[in-house]
Design a protein around this ligand. Structure first.
Ligand SMILES: [Zn+2]
Length: 325
């Protein structure tokens, strides 16, 4: 089933929940709440959190990587833009296929190019990202700025394997495409980041939390709390065990001290969408992790005047600063 592109905001609430106990109640059940007091403790906490996320999302533990066996479906030289778009299929599990895209600039300098894993939202596609269509204009924009851009179709509402969650399948697919991008000869794998809007911003949170190769992450139109997601949103964000262990700010805390931009528009739908005041509260929680690393300047809440949109100004500036030589 397809959700509208602002699928998180489908108006009527799909799941009804008893009035929740508020912040204090949620906090009591967060067994993995970030509470480290030193960089060493924080790194140990992050390792535990990653193990727990794999356990909850992907049937008990981090899956074994399988040969991706990439097959090129189509290759298109975009002469005007000076880059090549490839459509691919690869395996994220022996019996699971991922539909992916990669854009590679024609000129690759010595030392390779920086790369970005760019992710779409509900009902979007990897193709929209690389062609820069509609609200997913940022994928093409990264390519035009000289980045290798990889994307994929983030699956909708079909769980293939028992014990996995939908977010688990999506995130494992995205990590597979990240591996593929890092293995490409054009890419300097020490200079890769990720960016996405909405469900793409949610997926950015997970891939950046789980994979430390990502030096910078831009999560747009997503920063919120579990409590907020329980009303007026498609329920595909949820999986058993999530709220007993985490709120989203804890998952973002796994990104510290790497560069992180969370972006929210003042005109986000509220309630039911991604209200700014809730994002601000969640951001304060994330900041605690950056403070422990003495790296507060590495995370930023980018508030813009639009709605559920990716605004490029701050993300591109940070990406260029962090990833370009
Ligand atoms: Zn959904």
């Amino acid at each position: 089933m397809k959700w509208p592109f602002l699928g998180f905001m489908i108006g009527a609430s799909i799941i009804s929940v008893a009035p929740v106990s508020g912040d204090n109640g949620s906090e009591q059940i967060r067994s993995m709440r970030f509470d480290a007091k030193s960089p060493g403790q924080a790194r140990m906490w992050q390792e535990k959190a990653r193990v727990k996320l794999y356990q909850l999302m992907m049937n008990g533990s981090k899956p074994e990587k399988c040969p991706a066996n990439p097959r090129v479906i189509n290759r298109e030289e975009v002469a005007d833009a000076g880059y090549v778009i490839e459509e691919l299929e690869l395996n994220s599990l022996p019996d699971r296929k991922v539909h992916a895209w990669i854009v590679t600039p024609g000129h690759v300098p010595e030392g390779g190019l920086p790369g970005v894993l760019a992710l779409h939202g509900h009902s979007g596609t990897g193709e929209q990202i690389v062609r820069g269509e509609e609200i997913y204009w940022y994928g093409k924009a990264f390519a035009e700025r000289g980045y290798v851009v990889a994307s994929l179709d983030i699956g909708q509402h079909e769980i293939q394997h028992e014990g996995w969650s939908m977010m688990g399948e999506r995130v494992w697919d995205a990590l597979t495409v990240l591996d593929y991008m890092c293995d490409r000869p054009e890419v300097d794998e020490s200079r890769v980041g990720t960016a996405g809007l909405s469900l793409g911003g949610e997926s950015v949170m997970y891939v950046a939390a789980l994979d430390e190769r990502l030096k910078i992450a831009v999560s747009s139109g997503w920063l919120t709390t579990i409590e907020n997601m329980k009303t007026g949103h498609c329920p595909c964000w949820n999986f058993p065990g999530l709220e007993e262990h985490f709120d989203f700010s804890d998952i973002f805390a796994c990104v510290a001290p790497r560069y992180l931009i969370t972006q929210i528009g003042r005109k986000e739908k509220a309630p039911g969408g991604f209200p700014l005041d809730i994002a601000q509260k969640a951001f304060k929680e994330i900041q605690k992790a950056y403070k422990v690393f003495n790296a507060e300047e590495n995370c930023y809440l980018d508030v813009h005047d639009s709605g559920h949109e990716f605004i490029g100004e701050v993300p591109f500036k940070w990406f260029d600063r962090v990833l370009k030589k």
